[in-house]
Design a protein around this ligand. Sequence first.
Ligand code: NAD
Length: 377
Amino acid sequence: MNFTRRHFNKTLLKGAGGTALLANMPLACGMTNAQEKKKLGIALVGLGSYSTYQLAPALQDTSYCYLAGIVTGTPAKEEVWASKYNLPNSNIYNYQNFDNIKANDAIDVVYVVLPNSMHADFCIRAAKAGKHVICEKPMAVSVAECDAIIDACKTAGVKLGMGYRLHSEPYTQEIKRFVSEKTFGDIHYITADAAYYSAGNPNQWRLNKSLSGGGALVNMGVYAIQSLIYGTGENPISVCAQEYSTRPDYFKDTDETITAQFEFKSGVVGTMMTSHNVRANRLYASCERGWFELDPASTYIPLAGRTSQGELDFKQESQQKLQMDDFAKHILQDSPNLAPGEMGKRDMIIVEAIYKSIAEGGKKQVMNFDSKFGFGG
Ligand code: NAD
């Protein structure tokens, strides 16, 4: 059997098929056990604040993956990161030579942490290089780009996950349990706010639509959308939305504050608010037999929550650590993908419906999600 180590790794790492193959295969090529690669090498693309202060530190504590490489457009960062994280030169790329990563077996997963309008390009290039992909939120700046990312990953046979860290986080998981077990009976009303006050550099990419794809809605609004969906266990069937602007001199190009009202098939009514001009971070659901709440609901740490039965109290760990380990386990052990690309696309369909409703003066937009999008966020 002509089966090289590189071929073996690629087969194994591209899914459960590798594990099944191994179960029936005599150990060859000096392999010592079926799951030879226990930790996957991750390369971070874009070394801005999220990579620097959250993802790279979290990757020092992960059990199933580690920081193996970087991709940066800023040459000065190469040496700083190489020495801080002991990265070999061979695992450092820039935006131009990034595609050479294809030949690098030390990198299994590419994590795209760039401004939103660059997600699609780098996710697609990563997939074409045969690497599994984690894409930061929002997935892209249009549904069409989400489709292109999903298609590229399918064609390449690589896994695709969203950087939706909350799905690996215990308070969020508890809310999902309340919903699936109907702990408080049917949900009648749900509301979610996700907002912060922005007063920094007016030229930052988040305020530039060509780089961000939108304002508060594509940034914090995605968390509010997610909260409404995992907090009901349903995808919405319609939305009406409104936009408010109080600081047009600062928010010249992107939305400042948006409110939206949702209908769900079961009859749940939902509302959300997102803003770059307000401080708020909350999920609240009123149910048949009580209520549940997270406040804050989507900050890094610490989340807090309570219900009509009392306080919630879970161990606080790095959400990014839990998230990246869950994605690595999805690849290595075929465990569920907690935040697949289809979920990122679903959220972008809702984002586009909200913008369309605003453009049409608040007109109701109907959405039809079939089962491939899953429920519950
Ligand atoms: P940031 O501004 O701190 O970093 C952006 C990085 O992209 C920088 O390294 C910058 O050099 C690089 N870059 C390349 N081309 C650029 C260009 N044309 N303009 C500006 N920067 C450019 O941003 P961030 O906060 O690290 O966000 C990056 C991505 O991560 C975004 O998609 C954001 O939504 C996402 N994010 C997710 C979370 C989360 O909790 N999941 C938190 C923060 C950010």
